[in-house]
Design a protein around this ligand. Structure first.
Ligand code: ATP
Ligand code: LTN
Length: 325
């Protein structure tokens, strides 16, 4: 039997290169060897305030991004989280076996609760439990995510084991799956923080929908380290990050990039990098613009019925184990 993979992205903003290199690019490769499920996690997105009309639009856009990036609906199951109410139901049950200190330890919660202090809601706190429900409902073996999500996958593992020991063997204990270089693409304006769609400045990220002019401008403005040489080293985090982006998009090794820029400066490197990014994003955007909303909705509808069937069968077992009449 093929191993199953499950992953998801929140429709909470425009997707950026970090999302592509840290997540979607790997999904496209993985769908060939595994049994893949990719979800648009809209219930997670509402843990921070969203405008309803925009949320609907962004949900459609994230699904379209999956398709344009190469997720093939013939090979992968694609659906929207809220279309399968079992996610929320299992999350509730898992909440009852989750300990509060386990959630208080989550760095994402700690960070976000600082940013949204005036509006700290229980959903933000329980976020990892819903994510565990997403994964466990489908017996996923592997969860391909960026480094920032490892802690959440760990909670899913803990909850699977705990449920199994309390109520008998029910869930597969999932493993995280991370790709080293794409793990953490850093902000262009601050190489100490990850590239993020909720960053304060648009110069933090390259959005997948940025125009060529915008991309060139953003890369030109990207911060660099002291010195002049193109070196791949931990004490040059800004240039290291740019080399990573270059290498991942150009399917090269960082070492090869460094060698080809021997004796050349930052300006030349950045100019070429901008063209690599533009060269990657142009065909992506072309595909994206060709896909009609109608087609995306049809694929999501099909995904919904398949996912509902799988989740429904699992929940039957869970209800019985827990003792719900
Ligand atoms: P936000 O920054 O607003 O919290 P995000 O940009 O991190 O959002 P998510 O929806 O939380 O986006 O993440 C989607 C996927 O992209 C996850 O698997 C996550 O690990 C990955 N990812 C996000 N940012 C990066 C990054 N900078 N580098 C590598 N992977 C990333
Ligand atoms: N929390 C993740 C998104 C997410 C997810 C999942 C990823 C929700 N449910 C299940 C993998 C598996 C994030 O913020 N990137």
């Amino acid at each position: 039997m093929q191993k199953r993979i499950f992953s998801g992205i929140q429709p909470s903003g425009v997707l950026h290169l970090g999302n592509y290199l840290g997540a979607i690019k790997n999904w496209v490769a993985l769908q060939e060897k595994y049994d893949p499920i990719f979800c648009v996690v809209d219930l997670h997105a509402i843990t921070v305030p969203q405008k309803p009309e925009e949320l609907r639009q962004k949900t459609l856009e994230v699904a379209k991004t999956y398709l344009a990036a190469g997720i093939d609906p013939e090979k992968s199951l694609i659906f929207v989280q809220s279309h399968v109410p079992e996610h929320a139901e299992l999350a509730w049950i898992l909440n009852t076996i989750t300990k509060i200190p386990e959630l208080e330890r989550m760095t994402q919660f700690k960070d976000k609760s600082k940013a949204f202090r005036q509006n700290l809601n229980a959903g933000l706190f329980n976020y990892p439990v819903l994510m565990a429900a997403d994964i466990l409902l489908y017996d996923a073996n592997l969860v391909p995510v960026g480094e920032d999500q490892l802690q959440h996958v760990e909670i899913a593992r803990t909850l699977a084991r705990r449920f199994n020991s309390l109520f008998g063997e029910t869930f597969v204990v999932p493993e995280p799956f991370v790709v080293k270089e794409g793990m953490r693409i850093m902000g262009l304006d601050d190489p100490k923080k990850k590239m993020s769609k909720s960053a304060a400045s648009e110069y933090n990220y390259i959005s997948l929908t940025d125009t060529p002019e915008k991309i060139r401008e953003k890369i030109k403005k990207a911060v660099t380290d002291s010195g002049k040489e193109i070196r791949y080293s931990a004490d040059k985090p800004a240039i290291k990050n740019l080399i990573n982006i270059y290498a991942l998009l150009d399917n090269a090794k960082p070492k090869e990039i460094v060698e080809s820029y021997h004796g050349k400066g930052y300006a030349e490197f950045k100019k070429d990098l901008a063209e690599v990014v533009v060269g990657f994003l142009e065909p992506f955007q072309e595909k994206y613009n060709e896909i009609e909303d109608r087609e995306v909705l049809r694929i999501l509808e099909e995904g919904k019925s398949k996912a509902k069937k799988m989740a429904g069968e699992k929940m039957e077992k869970v209800r019985e184990k827990v003792g719900l009449l």
